[in-house]
Design a protein around this ligand. Structure first.
Ligand code: FAD
Length: 394
């Protein structure tokens, strides 16, 4: 299931694959394959990648970018996922980093970009609020200018891994009287040690605590932490959301899951042979295979069409179809695990001791967890609206 590559691209692929498999510890990659990646796994991996110049290849060259061709960028992302390497933290490398590089002051670039690439700072995303998810521009958190600070009041929700966040990039309303709700928003960088911030964890359907609510009570943000121009935050947010969508599709991860599943199915006995011979399962696998081929070509198109760090509108299509493919595969994984998928996963620091056989016992948790993929980064219904407007011109 590979696109045809030139000799140079094959050499490039072998080079990155070599670093990923030699330098990233196997236990980290194993936990990642089983969705049991820890905070330390993510930090360790990103620092190793950064030391090899592979954490932020899509950033401007002056700040650690590589200036790769679209095909090379595609190969890099695909190899990371196929080899179960924990992805560099999206909040850092795909979201706030490119925004600071493009719109930040020289001082902000110097202060934040190297630390963001090396995950010395863990960022979280403070966009969504109750009543302002799909309709993000309705957000009500305010940042009132008082001399040389903005005073932040309001609430953010669904903040992924915010429990680890050293800093948060926040979209807040700086001009409540602006004629349109998209106007009057600003993009602020918030040090999470500032007084007045309260965090409350949210437990997800699979039992994990990966999202949080945050409450701001007169939190004082220095004006130098404003990115770009005051009241222009919406255009920076749109720039960021395009890149966020791009990363959620994870086509390489789907390809790895597909390959694992095909191998496992051939060893699962059924009344008439193995699961791999089961007509219904085979039909589903054929359909998944075709989808993944189309997705790989689309991913390449999106990478090729992205300019100056700005994602192409096709990223909406990729996000929608890529997440549907991942969710479909998670159903097939449940089917392959059979009754074992109903067993409880190992508890506590199980990540340390999990073996490949444990994949069956976490199939249900993964299935449930992956429901989020069609919601965050703009729900798939919202992506359809974007596609209708920006691609079909409706
Ligand atoms: C696990 C998880 C992690 C997240 N992490 C973060 C994070 O780190 N930071 C952050 O800022 N946000 C985060 N989010 C928030 C996420 O971006 C929002 O949940 C998402 O944008 C949907 O908003 P909502 O939950 O308010 O649902 P709503 O906007 O209320 O939507 C409810 C339903 O209505 C549909 N709908 C809404 N408007 C339309 C429309 N115009 N046309 C058609 N259908 C529509 C939606 O598709 C959805 O099915 C996360 C969400 C989840 C579930």
């Amino acid at each position: 299931m590979d696109l045809e590559l030139s000799r140079e691209d094959i050499a490039f692929r072998d080079g990155v694959r070599e670093v990923f498999t030699r330098e990233i510890p196997e236990d980290i990659r194993r936990r990642n394959a089983l969705s049991r990646t820890t905070h330390d796994d993510i930090v360790t991996t990103q620092r190793i990648l950064n030391a090899h110049g592979l954490a932020v290849p899509h950033w401007p060259v002056a700040w650690g970018g590589k200036g790769w061709t679209p095909t090379q960028s595609h190969i890099y992302a695909s190899e990371l996922q196929r080899n179960s390497v924990p992805q560099p933290l999206a909040f850092n490398v795909s979201m706030v980093g490119p925004i600071i590089a493009e719109f930040g002051s020289e001082e902000q670039k110097r202060q934040f970009l190297p630390a963001t690439a090396n995950l010395d700072i863990w960022w979280s995303q403070g966009f969504s609020e109750p009543e302002a998810g799909s309709d993000l521009a309705s957000l009500r958190t305010t940042a009132r200018r008082e001399g040389d600070v903005y005073v932040l009041n309001g609430q953010k929700t669904w903040t992924t891994l915010g429990q680890y966040g050293d800093w948060m990039f926040v979209l807040a309303r700086t001009d409540p009287d602006a004629p349109r709700k998209q106007q009057g928003l600003s993009f602020l960088l918030l040090d999470m040690t500032t007084p007045g911030i309260e965090r409350r964890p949210i437990t997800l359907v699979d039992g994990s605590e990966e999202v949080n609510e945050f409450f701001f009570d007169n939190v004082r943000v220095p004006v130098e932490n404003l990115v770009g121009e005051e009241n222009k935050g919406w255009s920076y947010a749109k720039f960021l959301l395009g890149n966020e969508r791009n990363g959620i599709a994870q086509v390489g991860t789907s390809q790895r899951v597909f390959a694992d599943l095909a191998e496992a199915a051939a060893g699962i006995p059924t009344e008439s042979g193995t699961l791999a011979d089961d007509p219904q399962f085979r039909t589903s696998m054929h359909s998944a295979r075709t989808t993944l081929l189309a997705l790989e070509a689309t991913q390449l198109r999106v990478t090729g069409a992205s300019e100056n760090g700005q994602a192409s509108p096709v990223s909406s299509l990729l996000k929608m179809e890529g997440t549907k493919a991942l969710q479909e595969l998670s159903k097939l994984r449940m089917r392959a695990a059979g009754d074992d998928s109903m067993l409880l996963p190992p508890d506590g620091d199980a990540g340390e001791s999990l073996h490949a056989d444990d994949a069956a016992t976490i199939a249900a948790a993964q299935y449930l967890n992956q429901r989020k993929l069609s919601i965050f980064g703009g729900s798939n219904e919202i992506q359809r609206g974007v596609i209708a407007k920006t691609i079909l011109g409706l």
